[in-house]
Design a protein around this ligand. Sequence first.
Ligand code: A2P
Length: 383
Amino acid sequence: MLIIKIIHYKSAKRKQITKIFAAEYKYPRKLLCGGTSRGMGGDSVNRYNIAVVGATGMVGRKFLTVLAQRKVPIDNLYLFASARSAGSSMDFGGKSYVVRELTPENVLKLSNMIDYALFSAGAAVSKVYAPLFVEAGATVVDNSSQWRMSEGVPLVVPEVNPEDAFCGSGIIANPNCSTIQAVAALAPLEREFGIERVVYSTYQAVSGAGMGGYNDLIDGVKGLPPRKFPHPIAYNILPHIDVFMEDGYTKEEWKMIVETRKILHRPDLRVTATTARVPVFYGHCESINVQLKSPCTAQRARQLLMDAKGVEVMDDPASNVYPLPILAEGRDEVFVGRIREDLSAPNALNMWVVADNIRKGAATNAVQIVELLISRKEAKGDV
Ligand code: A2P
């Protein structure tokens, strides 16, 4: 009998240690090993200059963690944020780095000195500064929604459409967090059977709304009013992520729909979505109903997903084993469980898909894109 103890040490701010004693649960072996995909592993002989824009934010900080964990070979690191944080310092790899104010002058001063720039400071910042960094000689991997649907800008999930990363001209977009985990689970089914229609229902963590969202949940449990969300998020669920559009959908729902089509190269794909914010710190959950072009048993889908890169199947309902946000937190895999045939429609399946929205849903995916670019560059001897 296997006894597994997983201890999540939460941030100091949360002052909370969650202990999960998963006695008798048969978690996949990989869950016990810590760490996930290997990253660069320090193999590269070349080193690169990296900039992080929005370095002090929720995703910006995670960029630094993931760059270090995956041993991306960095020569110089440049950190940018707003005037509010300029002059403060942040640690990376045992060294302290001063945060620079993001201004055109400060970017152009570094012309031809930045290889890759990771952006997560919101769409308005990306709109102005991503082209400026490209002009200064950098390749930008942008986590905002600004460029995702622009013609000629690749939208990349490395396990799904890696080749697209090489078709851009300076800016590569990192998809929306909820789209990344969804397409990771859908791509193996699309490849094998073709997808007819997708219905998304999401349960998204507050960290997806940045530090403001995170703080609203912290404050909310103390009875304080929200500052980021339009309603209290503590002990509540908001069927509202990003702004409402004229057709009644939210922008988050629209993003999931159009980004899924772009990443899977299926402009014709029928997709619908309802996205909701739930009082969870990290880890988005998604109920995905997918109708395929030909029959697929739950067992076959399970096997395909077990073989898929970056996906971990956790599907043993008899032992209460299924993906949970607290198990996905801090991990880079997309966890899939509750895989079952939809008894109400032909060729259709239901599944439950969970991932850490700040890691695979943002920072890890962006860093993997940089790794792809570095690997290709080095394979071509173009360094
Ligand atoms: P700052 O900390 O100086 O405000 P989050 O998504 O967690 O809210 O983080 C947003 C990130 O984007 C932060 O690093 C924030 O910096 C940065 N940011 C926000 N607005 C600007 C701006 N106008 N110029 C540069 N950085 C910005």
